[in-house]
Every structure is written in structure tokens, then in C-alpha cells.
Ligand binder design. Structure first.
Ligand code: FES
Length: 184
């Protein structure tokens, strides 16, 4: 049996309505700058005048805060502060557990945002080689998955596994652990 023109028109209308409905309920695509760090991303210091992919030897200060950088377009993923990455260079022999596998040439990476109330974890206690949040003094052990040593935080910092590609630090896997403020 051949479909009538009216049948064809009805089916076409139904398909158009269905497509419109699906488009209406589909989640909006995130802007590339808002996307979380992806495998293959470089890391670029947030205070650099001209963003460059960091190498392990660039992590000379106790810690460097960086943005993920898309490798092909060099787009900086700075659309969300949750993308700020804390880089610390340590003696590889002092790393324990999963941190050893997540590190690249002794450099470990964590979310720079404190889960207690969202401050930037910018402090460093040299004698103990631990990270400290300046707001309420939560302390984290970068050699052991940023585990909490002291303070009001209830969750360790999310970890970002790294690898080395052509002498550059590169994201090996997405963040492990929750980002942002821990629910009270
Ligand atoms: S925001 Fe970091 S300890 Fe409170």
C-alpha cells in the first residue's frame, strides 16, 4: 500500500516535533573553557603573561597553580575556578599509594579549591612539606592523595593524574574525587 501525501506530511510533522522536544530537553553543551581537564590537556601557570605548557622543571616554587590548556587550540580552560590545578614537585621516593602512579617525575596535581569553604589552597609548610589552606588552616598531605592532616575540611583534594609527553606535564585522566565544597 502506498502512503498518501497526507500520511507523509503527518509523519514529517511528528518527526519535527519529536526533534524539537528532544532539543529542548537536551542539556546545554558546556563551553570548552568550562570543561573539566581532559586526558591530553597541558597545564599552564595562571599568572603567566603568555600561557605555555609546563614541564616538571617549571614547578620550582613550592607549588604552582595552573589552568588546563587544550593541546590543539591552546584554549585555556579558565571558565570555572573548579578547574584550577595545584601542582607540587616532590621527591618521587616519598610518594605513597596511588599518588605514586598519579605523579609524573615527582609532580603531583590536585584541585586548588579547598572542600571546606572554597578558598584556594595556596599555603605551604616547608618543614612538613604539606599544603595549607589560608582560610581556616586545613592541612593536606600531597604525598598521600592530599589526605587531611588537620583542620575543618572533611574531604581530601580531588587528584588529577599526570603523565609526561615530550617533556611536558599532561593530564593522564580526569579528576579523581569530588570537586568543590563538601556538603556540611
Ligand atoms: S576554606 Fe579551606 S580550610 Fe576553610
Amino acid at each position: 500500500m502506498q502512503a498518501s501525501r497526507r500520511d507523509v506530511f503527518t509523519v514529517a510533522c511528528a518527526l519535527a516535533v519529536d526533534a524539537a522536544l528532544r532539543a529542548a530537553v537536551a542539556p546545554a553543551t558546556a563551553e570548552p573553557a568550562d570543561e573539566r581537564p581532559r586526558e591530553g590537556d597541558y597545564l599552564a601557570a595562571i599568572d603567566a603573561a603568555a600561557p605555555e605548557a609546563l614541564s616538571p622543571r617549571d614547578i620550582a616554587a613550592p607549588q604552582v597553580i595552573a589552568w588546563p590548556m587544550e593541546p590543539a587550540t591552546r584554549l585555556i580552560r579558565n571558565g570555572s575556578r573548579l578547574n584550577k590545578v595545584l601542582l607540587v614537585r616532590l621527591d618521587p621516593a616519598t610518594l605513597v599509594g596511588a599518588t605514586r602512579e598519579r605523579a609524573a617525575d615527582g609532580v603531583v596535581a590536585y584541585s586548588a579549591i579547598c572542600p571546606h569553604a572554597g578558598c584556594e589552597v595556596s599555603g605551604w609548610i616547608e618543614e612538613q612539606k604539606i599544603l595549607e589552606c589560608p582560610c581556616h588552616n586545613s592541612k593536606y598531605n600531597p604525598r598521600d592523595g592530599a589526605a587531611i592532616i588537620d583542620g575543618p575540611a572533611t574531604r581530601s583534594l580531588a587528584a588529577l593524574p599526570l603523565k609526561i609527553v615530550d617533556d611536558k606535564l599532561v593530564v593522564a585522566k580526569p579528576f579523581i574525587g569530588r570537586l568543590g565544597i563538601a556538603p556540611a
